[in-house]
Design a protein around this ligand. Structure first.
Ligand code: PXP
Length: 253
């Protein structure tokens, strides 16, 4: 099965927020990403609304081709927004729950599912009761305890945090014989195996780029990769459609 690519277009909204006006338009970015081969569009509606706004999610929910994946904190406010969107629009078809820390530049660390089992059960049940249902994923560290907890509370999918692997890759210049790269990759592979053994769908993302993506795409059973910064950055030079196409080719799609 080909691996699906989810393109995170938050950075397009970051650029728009830097000036008055509505350029560049995240919906236009979503169409370009789709034309380049992305099956999924991801946006993170942050508590502080620093990039994506509610009206963006509404427009995307009505017009994205393929699937819209809404990344959000597990707060009552966000659950209510996700549910109200599904009453009027086809999307978001998927929610990925992430931890949220107001001061962080981007999502740091995974969600602590094991530390809040009851809260996670409750949030999942509310999201799954959306009209037409919803796929609910958890963004977690490559950690056996967290993987087990996601299965226990009923997440459909685990998105494994690839940040530590990506940083080890950069430090080692991609040489698996150097430093802790092999150890970080083995940790990811072990967690990936556990996700599949627990009957969950396997996703991965964070800090993946054109150099480090291949080994992750090669993990058995990988279903989806979620990539933002590298694709949007390359898109500045070659166009978003081409940047997505190049990433899909590296993923073997
Ligand atoms: N997956 C999740 C859950 C994220 O929070 C992010 C960052 O917004 C990404 C994937 C994409 O990370 P990057 O922009 O480093 O590719």
């Amino acid at each position: 099965m080909a691996i699906l690519l989810g393109v995170n277009i938050d950075h397009v909204a970051t650029l728009r927020q830097a000036r008055l006006g509505d350029e560049p338009d995240p919906l236009f970015a979503a169409h370009e990403a789709h034309l380049g081969g992305a099956e999924i569009i991801t946006v993170h509606l942050r508590e502080d609304r620093r990039h994506i706004q509610e009206h963006d999610v509404q427009r995307l929910a009505g017009h994205v081709h393929g699937r819209l994946n809404l990344e959000m904190g597990a707060t009552d406010e966000m659950v209510a927004i996700a549910l109200s969107l599904r009453k009027g629009y086809p999307g978001p078809q998927m929610v990925t729950l992430v931890p949220e820390n107001r001061r962080e530049l981007t999502t740091e660390g995974g969600l602590d599912v094991a530390g809040q089992l009851e809260r996670m059960r409750e949030v999942i049940a509310r999201l799954k009761a959306a009209p037409g249902g919803m796929t609910v994923a958890a963004f977690i560290e490559a950690d056996a305890r967290q993987v087990q907890a996601t299965a226990q509370v009923g997440f459909d999918a685990c998105e494994l945090h690839t940040g530590a692997y990506a940083h080890a890759f950069a430090r080692a210049g991609g040489d698996f014989a150097i430093g802790g790269l092999k150890a970080e990759f083995d940790r990811l592979a072990d967690a990936a195996h556990r996700v599949r053994a627990a009957g969950r769908r396997l996703h991965a993302g964070h800090a993946l780029n054109y150099l480090n993506v291949r080994p992750v795409a090669g993990l058995p059973g990988m279903a989806e990769l979620h990539i933002g910064h590298a694709i949007i950055s390359r898109g500045v030079f070659v166009g978003l459609r081409s940047a997505v196409r190049e990433m899909k080719a590296l993923m073997g799609g």
